[in-house]
Design a protein around this ligand. Structure first.
Ligand code: ZN
Ligand code: ZN
Length: 239
């Protein structure tokens, strides 16, 4: 956190240095990005990502879409617009905040987006089947996504019973847990742990972590079996 001297912000542990939440999902043929926040450019450079087939957005908050201008680096090389999958409110935000990418006479070097509207219906991006899961971020609808046996949910503090059924049977879940204290629009640590147990998912990684949660090493040591804190650069594989 800018200007903060707390034990997490001054920690020498690399796992305490957190960029904004985002994941890459890869098959042998397709690379998808979920969310492009303000740290998107540095994340792509740090992990040497050279190609993206599509971007899938969870919701329109700035910490999840502020990096979309830097998509231009990818579209510059491919000379093709980037496929973007978003629900209608998120698409409206992209069209509003990146209006210049949708102009008739574009300035050279502007990012190009091929917008695809999604709902809670399953879709296929490249060769990867995706099941959207509707979750609630206070009163804002946000999409989580299930890819095979892997589920990714960020920015939620409530999930309807019918949507929970879409998550059940996952082998791995990445779920948001902001801090220990209660929060108005994010699960706190205990709520996230309770949900993982309720849904009987054997392996969970907690993400969208605030510096208020505490140091990685200390919190990790307190977690129940199978539940871990995610960290930048974490790589998970499944067949
Ligand atoms: Zn949010
Ligand atoms: Zn967020």
């Amino acid at each position: 956190m800018i200007g903060c001297d707390c034990a997490v912000c001054t920690s020498p542990d690399k796992k305490d240095k957190r960029f904004r939440s985002s994941i890459l999902v890869q098959s042998s043929a397709t690379t998808l990005l979920v969310d492009a926040g303000p740290d998107f450019r540095c994340q792509m450079l740090r992990h040497k990502v050279k190609h993206l087939d599509a971007v899938i957005l969870t919701h329109s908050h700035k910490d999840h879409i502020a990096g979309m201008d830097d998509i231009k680096a990818f579209t510059y090389f491919t000379k093709k617009p980037m496929k973007v999958y978003a629900d209608s409110p998120t698409e409206a935000a992209i069209r509003r905040e990146y209006y210049y990418a949708f102009a008739d006479n574009k300035y050279p070097g502007t990012p190009e987006f091929d917008m695809n509207t999604i709902t809670t219906e399953p879709f296929i991006a490249g060769d990867i089947p995706v099941i959207p899961i509707l979750v609630w971020h206070l009163k804002m609808p946000v999409l989580g996504f299930r890819f095979g046996k892997f589920t990714y949910i960020t920015d939620a503090n409530f999930i309807d019973e019918t949507e929970k059924d879409k998550i059940r049977g996952s082998e791995i879940i990445v779920l948001n847990a902001l801090r220990k204290e209660k929060h108005v629009s994010h699960f706190n640590l205990q709520e996230a742990i309770d949900l993982v147990k309720e849904l009987e998912i054997p392996v969970a990684y907690l993400t969208h972590i605030s510096h208020q949660l505490g140091r990685h090493e200390e919190v990790e040591a307190e977690l129940p079996q199978g539940i871990h804190l995610a960290y930048d650069g974490l790589l998970l594989t499944s067949d």
